[in-house]
Write a protein that binds this ligand. Structure first.
Ligand code: ZN
Length: 262
């Protein structure tokens, strides 16, 4: 395989990588995972993500607050959080969205902050990294409140059905798949088959959702090829085509070009 892969959703700032973060990034490169987007979940995580991105040319960061964590937002942090968006290595707003599966933050608080972050996306023109669980229709309704067109972003770790995928694509979003598509009885096969590869992104969501054969253990970007392989199988495409096109998609959406550092 010659084309590089891009892991569009990893959390390398988490404590679980403190002991060996450098090795994890090295192993990613050895596995041809050349680019990584490190996704923030709150203000502290955004600062750490940016610090990692500053050290590695092909690692980028995002700024946002996960729906689980919005109830903990200190209003005084919103100004500084918004300012981080101007950092040159911050390529998106995320992860933001609604999670009514666990409801760790009250739904009304989740909705209020999602609207705020959508406003930031409008102001800055940056794409959105959307997290949604058992709240897809609600996220779509909020996206449509403002304007049906002109949204850019990705629904990460997509687990909806084909009908939902169609609605997401209609709004201009990409759909991203993670290691859970390698699990037995994955419900995503039909979606993977029908969604054009030109609208797909790959991600690990490290440290979560390790693909088979690493299921249950800590995930890392080096395992991204299992996700690419599964999509290649389902779509009947050569692995290198999946790598090439999804890497092109990621660079187009997030507005950067991979640097050749070999
Ligand atoms: Zn995530």
């Amino acid at each position: 395989m010659t084309s590089p892969l891009i892991d569009t959703h990893a959390h390398l700032d988490f404590d679980r990588f403190d002991a060996d973060r450098q090795d994890v990034i090295l192993r990613a490169g050895e596995a041809r995972v050349v680019g990584i987007i490190n996704i923030a979940i709150d203000y502290e995580s955004a600062k750490k993500s940016i610090a990692i991105a500053e050290r590695f040319p092909n690692i980028y960061a995002t700024v946002g607050v996960h729906p689980h964590d919005v109830a903990q937002i200190d209003e005084e942090q919103l100004g500084p959080l918004r300012e981080l968006l101007d950092h040159p290595k911050v390529v998106a707003i995320g992860e933001v969205g609604l999670d009514f599966y666990r409801n760790i933050s009250p739904p009304e608080v989740q909705r209020r902050y999602l609207r705020l972050f959508l406003g930031w996306a409008r102001e800055t023109g940056k794409p959105l990294v959307i997290h949604t669980r058992e709240a897809e229709e609600d996220v779509l309704a909020i996206l449509k409140e403002q304007n049906n067109s002109g949204w850019r972003g990705v629904f990460h770790c997509f687990s909806g059905d084909l009908k939902m995928a169609g609605k997401v694509l209609d709004l201009g979003f990409f759909i991203s798949f993670t290691g859970n598509i390698t699990f037995k009885n994955s419900r995503s096969v039909e979606v993977m088959r029908e969604v054009p590869i030109e609208k797909m992104l790959l991600e690990t969501d490290s440290p979560f959702l390790s693909p088979v054969p690493h299921r249950g253990k800590r995930n890392e970007p080096a395992y991204l090829h299992y996700v690419a392989q599964k999509i290649a199988e389902v779509k009947g495409l050569p692995m290198d085509e999946v790598a090439r096109i999804t890497s092109e998609n990621a660079q187009e959406l997030f507005g950067f070009r991979l640097m050749n550092i070999e």
